[in-house]
Design a protein around this ligand. Structure first.
Ligand code: HEM
Length: 459
């Protein structure tokens, strides 16, 4: 691509009309991991005739996200999301993105998150209260439901009655699953008269109708219900003074539901899996909770006071990152390290592979929360550890997500233990996010001294 720069290798396994679809469909994570041997940049074909450069070097990934970020489009993954859900902060690029992000930012401030933690904890408590000892739980399914409840309640708590909320939650769940499937499939499948396509379209239209109705009612009443919906409705762009339309609010909420539910649910599931596999780690989390909280429920102020649980979450975000392909697209030729990349080239990177690179993380497949105690790790992590991305598209929900993860795990672990069937190993599956395949675990409710152990030093 540039005279003097080494040629960019192309991955093996490409077929004329299919590109690399076969190795990707067969084992996308294995295929992406195998590309590491090719060095900093490697070409694959996601669509026939279209080049995608997989960026593998941490410095180049940062260049792509931070320095080049403002001048790149978001690429195929996000195009697809926009087609399905409408334009939003997640799909927008350039100045449109900057304006959308400015309008949403007030919903994610420190003060707002402090308020949301109470809602998150209540949802987690209600979820755990329904579990019985001896019950086998589909943990991923339970965590998707809990994540959706936590997000939907923060968005709509004051604006919808319970019946409408339950209907909305059901419809959102259909939309989320549909988006996950459609990102992987060729576009023409969406146009077939299949029951799944009808279900998706009906659910998406129903969600839009419900949100539109809530927006109209809120507008007519002039009330501030204190939830995120009300905040978006009253948000005003500080430069232009413009407000979001009902249609724009719908698109933003739909994309928040997709961006903020699958991701959180996958991380929660992996945390519970890792703790079930390692009773000593789980014991440390439980002892820390007993030490810091005693008998009371977790609050926003407690979140930074739980260093071991924080490290468990960080290590889960490393080993089991939910992102397997984050895309961008060049609009003009750009300089990426030694290479000049032409306009209209897809770029992508894989957090899952980056976080498991043995050159960056010693013993990368070992789940070791204490690796984050190592003084050298934070330095390394600046480029190699990107749980929430970097640059202008960095996750707007990063603090929200961490608050959810800690609040939910703290609430769950105090009430129950999970047991994995002997010999069960759970493989990651990459769809819209990287999530555990089937994750069935048995519940044991904590009683007596198991509930409030004598505190051990957990840090
Ligand atoms: C553990 C959970 C989460 C993970 C791992 C995660 C990860 C990410 C990453 C890596 C990006 C950057 C994508 C890119 O570079 O294009 C991102 C963007 C985004 N995330 Fe999250 N996220 C999580 C939870 C959430 C939550 C809870 C919300 C909202 C409530 C959310 C909303 C968003 C939005 C709106 C963007 C787009 C930001 C922009 O382009 O300006 N995420 N997320």
């Amino acid at each position: 691509m540039t005279a003097g720069a080494p040629p960019i290798p192309r991955a093996a396994g490409r077929l004329p009309l299919l590109g690399h679809a076969i190795p990707l469909v067969r084992d996308n994570l294995g295929f992406i991991a195998s590309l590491r041997a090719h060095g900093p940049l490697v070409e694959i074909n996601l669509q026939p005739g279209k080049r995608t450069l997989i960026v593998q070097d941490p410095e180049l990934i940062r260049t792509m996200l931070v320095q080049l970020g403002p001048d790149l489009d978001k690429g195929r993954f996000f195009d697809k999301m926009g087609q399905l859900l409408g334009d939003s902060v997640v799909t927008a690029a350039g100045r449109v993105h900057t304006r959308k992000r400015r309008m949403l930012q007030p919903a994610f401030t420190h003060t707002e998150i402090a308020r949301y933690v109470d809602i998150m904890r209540d949802q987690a408590s209600t979820t755990v209260a329904a579990w019985r000892s001896g019950q086998t739980l589909d943990v991923r399914e339970a965590m998707v439901k809990l994540s959706l409840d936590m997000l939907a309640k923060t968005v709509f708590a004051g604006s919808l009655d319970e019946e409408t909320f339950l209907r909305l939650r059901r419809d959102l769940s259909v939309v989320m699953n549909g988006v996950g499937a459609r990102i992987m499939l060729p576009d023409w499948i969406e146009r077939l008269p299949l029951p799944a396509n009808r279900r998706f379209t009906n659910a998406r239209d129903a969600v839009r109708a419900t949100i539109n109705h809530a927006v109209d009612e809120l507008q007519a009443s002039g009330h501030d219900t204190g939830d995120m919906l009300s905040m978006l409705l009253h948000a005003r762009d500080e430069e232009s003074g413009e407000q979001l339309t009902g249609h724009q609010i719908c698109s933003e909420i739909l994309t928040l539901a997709v961006a903020g539910t699958e991701t959180t649910a996958s991380v929660l599931s992996w945390v519970l899996y890792e703790l079930a596999r390692a009773p000593d780690l789980e014991g440390r989390v439980h002892a820390e909770l007993a030490d810091v909280l005693g008998d009371r429920a977790v609050t926003f102020d407690d979140l930074p006071l739980l260093p071991y649980l924080n490290r468990v979450i960080t290590e889960t975000l490393r080993l089991h990152h939910t992102g397997w392909l984050v895309t961008r697209r060049t609009i003009t030729p750009v300089q990426l390290g030694d290479w000049t990349v032409p306009a209209d080239t897809e770029l992508a990177y894989c957090q899952h592979a980056l976080h498991r690179d043995p050159a960056l993380f010693p013993d990368p497949l070992v789940f070791d929360p204490d690796r984050w105690l190592d003084d050298t790790q934070p330095q390394l992590a600046e480029n190699a550890f990107l749980p929430f991305g970097a640059g202008k598209h960095k996750c707007i929900g990063d603090r929200f997500a961490r608050a959810e993860l800690i609040t939910a795990i703290a609430t769950i672990i105090r009430e129950v233990r999970f047991e994995l069937a002997p010999g069960q190993t759970v493989r990651p599956v990459a769809r819209a996010t990287v999530r555990p395949g089937t994750l069935l675990m048995t519940i044991a409710r904590r009683e007596g001294s198991d509930r409030t152990p004598t505190a051990r030093t957990a840090t």
